[in-house]
Ligand binder design. Structure first.
Ligand code: GTP
Ligand code: MG
Length: 362
């Protein structure tokens, strides 16, 4: 029997460039388009407006609003994806003038998370974050959502379409919190059983190769056993722990966590607070960076900012420059340990450094 595939999503990406020299638009725009693709939509157009300030009622100027509506029609787009986060009033203003659904960056990220959540805890967290975002942004249920007709902004972590009635959202949020509390207590008990071995946490921007590095360190050969590796943002949502042998007699546990991103939406930070707080138990953090990315500096700053927010900036930390097989001589390596999860280069040194850092703690 043939299945009818849902109509492919074709999106127009819209961004306002505020011309902040400390925040060039291009890398953020490219990252946003990668997120859109990870959420399953194709980018068929890009409209950028340079402004000194965001328009309070429509984000972009009124002329631009019409340009977007025309482009959506001409290019056969069925969703408009906005890089800047939208206030409820701006969302309404755009919705009034543009006949396709309006989806902002936070909704896209939530959508990618919904697609990638695997564990029960991950799914509960994502659903909670989605409902909170709807609640605080007055994104309607029912009628408004059916307008989205499936696709980005409507996907729940399971098979469910997010169609919960607004007055039931609060109830559902309370239930989700209870379930999460229960799952977390179980995990805390499991964790207590492992306390004696040092815990090392891999942190870093999304897609830098944290899961690949975990697999390489743990020498996971079977792809089904290892952490999931994929060339897309937020492949990993659920923490994976593996035992890594530093030498024949000594081992540590290494945990691979959800990747970070600039301006991680606050509903997501709240949802992932508990798993990230477990990083507080780590004896050592390994900050993984991507030698092949021209965006490395911006990414490094974003990760440092989140580590600071999570009160983790005083933890012992090793900085690792991964994917060194791709670039010959990366500029500004700043004494970072050069490794390649792909070729195995530098991994023995990394093991030795982990051992040194962990025994210094003991
Ligand atoms: N050339 C090269 N590619 C690598 C290396 N390490 C990882 N990659 C690739 O980089 C991409 C991302 O790798 P992941 O291990 O999924 O990265 P991650 O940091 O876990 O990503 P998220 O879980 O999505 O945040 C994949 O396509 C990997 O094959 C490396 O050392 N060299
Ligand atoms: Mg990963």
């Amino acid at each position: 029997m043939k299945e009818t595939l849902p109509a492919a999503q074709r999106g127009i990406v819209v961004a306002v460039d505020l011309g902040d020299p400390r925040r060039p638009l291009e890398p953020e725009l490219e990252e946003f388009e990668a997120l859109v693709r990870a959420a399953g939509a194709a980018v068929v157009g890009r409209i950028v407006q340079r402004r000194d300030a965001l328009a309070p009622s429509t984000l972009v100027g009124s002329g631009k609003v019409h340009e977007i509506a025309d482009a959506a029609r001409d290019l056969g787009a069925n969703v408009v994806l906005v890089l800047n986060d939208l206030r409820p009033r701006q969302r309404k203003g755009l919705e009034r003038a543009i006949p396709v659904p309006i989806v902002d960056r936070t909704m896209v990220i939530l959508d990618v998370f919904a697609r990638h959540a695997r564990s029960r805890e991950g799914k509960l967290q994502v659903e909670l974050a989605q409902l909170r975002y709807r609640q605080s942004n007055l994104i309607g249920a029912g009628a408004d959502l059916s307008r989205l007709g499936g696709g980005i902004g409507t996907r729940g972590p399971g098979e469910t379409k997010l169609e919960i009635d607004r007055r039931r959202i609060a109830e559902r949020i309370a239930t989700l919190k209870e379930h999460l509390e229960h799952v977390r207590r179980q995990r805390a008990t499991r964790r207590a059983a492992h306390r004696r071995e040092p815990l090392v946490a891999l942190v870093g921007y999304t897609n830098v190769g944290k899961s690949s590095l975990l697999n390489a360190l743990a020498r996971t050969v079977s792809p089904s056993k290892g952490a999931l590796v994929a060339d897309q943002p937020f492949a990993t949502l659920d923490p994976t722990v593996r035992r890594v042998y530093l030498c024949a007699e000594s081992s540590v546990r290494v945990v691979d966590t959800v990747g970070f991103i600039t301006d991680l939406p606050k509903d997501l930070v709240a949802a992932f607070r508990a798993p990230l707080e477990e990083l507080g138990e780590a004896d050592l953090l390994i900050h993984v960076t991507d030698a092949s990315s021209s965006d490395r500096e911006r990414q490094r700053r974003a990760v440092d900012a989140i580590l600071h927010e999570l009160d983790l900036d005083r933890k012992p930390k090793l900085v690792v420059l991964n994917k060194i097989d791709v670039t010959v001589a990366p500029p500004q390596a700043n004494g970072a340990l050069e490794v390649s999860a792909k070729t195995g280069l530098g991994l023995d040194r990394l093991r030795a450094e982990i051992g040194r850092a962990c025994s210094a703690r003991a």
